[in-house]
Design a protein around this ligand. Structure first.
Ligand code: ADP
Length: 175
């Protein structure tokens, strides 16, 4: 029985993440879809909020378990008996990052391998940063996320108010 971990920030999840999670869940016996609880990033959602959205997205996939984690991803994977880490690749830039991360993780844990799934073409340019920026600027995100994520993003933006740019830093599409 092969257990795989799909780790990330997922702030918030979008259709690209969901696509990778569902495809990975067809390949492996159990998929642990894991949200890193303290990434070095300015987050829009708390860990519990990110997990709740992931749970809703995975509810029709019984072999997906949604969990938080902190610390080294390989240690978390090992603690669950996982032997595979799943990552998604969109553009060549992702490959560089994932390649470096996979080699580092193998150095740390040579009993765990990284498996990268290529994005589906329609999600190739979709990222959490992109969807947050479009939403911040008042654009439509219905093609990027399921309705329950869209509702959570809108609610969060209303809570943040007008000066939200200072509260959640974005990697701007304009930069
Ligand atoms: P991280 O901060 O770990 O990169 P993300 O939540 O941004 O966390 O992404 C988690 C994983 O999902 C990464 O492997 C990333 O490359 C992948 N991913 C992100 N967006 C997409 C997408 N549109 N299609 C496929 N994979 C994606």
């Amino acid at each position: 029985m092969t257990i795989a971990v799909y780790p990330g920030s997922f702030d918030p999840i979008h259709y690209g993440h969901i696509d990778i999670a569902k495809r990975a869940a067809k390949i492996f016996d159990t998929l642990i879809w894991a949200a890193y609880d303290r990434p070095l990033k300015n987050l829009m959602f708390t860990t519990d909020e990110r997990l709740e959205l992931m749970r809703q997205a995975a509810q029709d996939m019984p072999n997906i378990r949604v969990m938080p984690y902190h610390g080294l991803t390989v240690e978390f994977a090992r603690s669950l008996g996982a032997t595979v880490m799943v990552r998604g690749i969109r553009v060549t830039y992702d490959f560089e990052i994932e390649y470096q991360t996979a080699l580092t993780n193998r150095q740390l844990a040579d009993d765990i391998d990284t498996v990268c799934l290529m994005t589906s073409l329609k999600y190739a340019f979709l990222s959490s940063s992109t969807l947050k920026e479009v939403a911040f600027l008042g654009g439509p995100i219905g093609e990027m996320v399921p309705p329950f994520v869209q509702a959570a993003v809108r609610k969060r933006m209303a809570q943040l108010g007008e000066d939200r740019d200072d509260k959640v830093k974005l990697v701007s599409l304009r930069e």
